[in-house]
Ligand binder design. Structure first.
Ligand code: GLA
Length: 409
């Protein structure tokens, strides 16, 4: 008895000592972690919903048309076309904005022909419209384009982040070219820390294309606000739908402040039909993807603006719950996606990838909304509202997508 009691006492003592040691170790780890600024998620407080705005790359690449007057004109168009009113905010510039060499102080220099008044003047103009301004560079020795490329920020992170902050930059897209084989996490964390120390809140877009292992979506959340999951989009159906399917399995990595990025929009660039562009916009909204307009909206057609200004789909993209859609069913090119929304509704997309029209169907319970005797369906393109006891179905044109907002009762 006594022996048992003694050994019981010893066991309790050891258990208590182990618990204390574990707690102490956890406390030390916590302190070190917090002290080193390694919070679980990037804590810049930005992009709690996916970014909305513009980037010139898909429209211009490095053409001469990419210049100060274009960027200012896009900011003007955000206001005059009502794009600002529906949530578009960031006016971002891409590669080829710089001179090929740094100056005597080692600073990046704006291209003198494209931006004769410098970048700060353009950022100031964008800010004067109540909008935000974004810039681009690469986590390498050079950027991706423009012959030999323009100077990149590898090993210049602090100096470049400071310069961007001094220009009033609000968003940085950080590319992956000419990275010298340096570990991706090391390169992207160095710029995260440089931005955090820059004195300005700058949204951080990792553009690593999902190239290296471990995949960026597994480590991106504490590093950036969004990360490219794919190579570059082009203005074709097959490219666009291919990006969607790369993102299909990545929903669990997305959430407020940290988004999968299947690349910028091609809506309005002319390579797809209006139906295909509506699918493109529908699926980007379902994926809680960035809505970065990639066409020259100074010359937007009525069809283009009607797609980009679909406020029902913008609400799906910008829903505060921050869920990316998942696949409910997929067979024979007929794919059903569902996205949970903050008020309990579901957004349901019926995609037809075939080259002739097809009926695509699901049910309220399959999309996670069982338990009601009737449901309201709002078609987010036609705006028609219907009721159903559970069946959700539509005839969908070739390469089309019907999106319903489904509510109980
Ligand atoms: C890479 C990026 C593109 C674009 C170009 C610019 O290809 O993935 O989005 O920024 O570089 O050179």
């Amino acid at each position: 008895m006594q022996g048992n009691a003694r050994s019981g006492g010893l066991r309790s003592f050891l258990a208590a000592a182990t618990a204390t040691a574990t707690t102490a170790a956890a406390a030390v780890t916590f302190t070190l972690t917090a002290g080193a600024g390694q919070a679980a998620a990037l804590d810049n407080g930005l992009l709690r919903t996916p970014p909305m705005g513009f980037n010139n790359w898909n429209a211009t690449h490095c053409d001469a048309s990419f210049n100060e007057s274009m960027v200012k004109g896009v900011a003007d168009a955000f206001v005059s076309l009502g794009l600002k009113d529906v949530g578009y905010e960031y006016v971002n510039i891409d590669d080829c904005w710089a001179e090929p060499s740094r100056n005597a102080n080692g600073d990046l220099v704006p291209n003198r022909t494209r931006f004769p008044n410098g970048i700060k003047a353009v950022a100031d103009y964008v800010h004067s419209k109540g909008l935000k301004f974004g810039i681009y560079t690469s986590a390498g020795t050079k950027t991706c384009n423009g012959g030999g490329g323009f100077p990149g920020a590898l090993n210049h992170e602090k100096q470049d982040a400071k310069l961007f902050a001094s220009w009033g930059v609000d968003y940085l897209k950080y590319d992956n070219c000419n990275n010298q084989g340096v570990d991706a996490q090391q390169r992207y964390k160095a710029m995260r820390d440089a931005l955090a120390a820059s004195g300005r809140k700058i949204a951080y877009s990792i553009c690593e294309w999902g190239q290296t292992d471990p995949k960026v979506w597994t480590w991106g959340e504490p590093v950036g606000n969004l990360w490219r999951t794919t190579g570059d989009i082009s203005d074709t159906w097959s490219s666009m739908i291919g990006k969607v399917h790369i993102n299909d399995d990545l929903a669990r990595y997305a959430g407020p402040g940290h988004w999968n990025d299947p690349d910028m929009l091609e809506v309005g660039n002319g390579g797809m039909t209006a139906t295909e562009y509506r699918t493109h916009f529908s699926l980007w909204a379902m994926m809680a993807a960035p809505l970065l307009i990639g066409s020259d909206i100074r010359n937007a057609t009525a069809t283009t603006t009607s797609i980009l200004k679909n406020t029902d789909l913008i609400a799906v993209d910008q829903d505060t719950l921050g869920k990316q859609a998942t696949i409910v069913s997929s067979s024979g090119g007929k794919v059903v996606y569902a996205k949970q929304l903050a008020n309990g509704d579901r957004a349901v997309a019926l995609l037809n990838e075939n080259s002739s029209s097809a009926t695509v169907s699901t049910t309220a319970s399959a999309v996670g909304l069982g338990g009601s005797s009737s449901y309201r369906l709002k078609n987010l393109w036609s705006k028609a509202t219907t009721t159903t006891t559970g069946s959700i179905s539509a005839s969908v044109p070739a390469h089309g997508t019907v999106v319903f907002r489904v509510s109980r009762g």
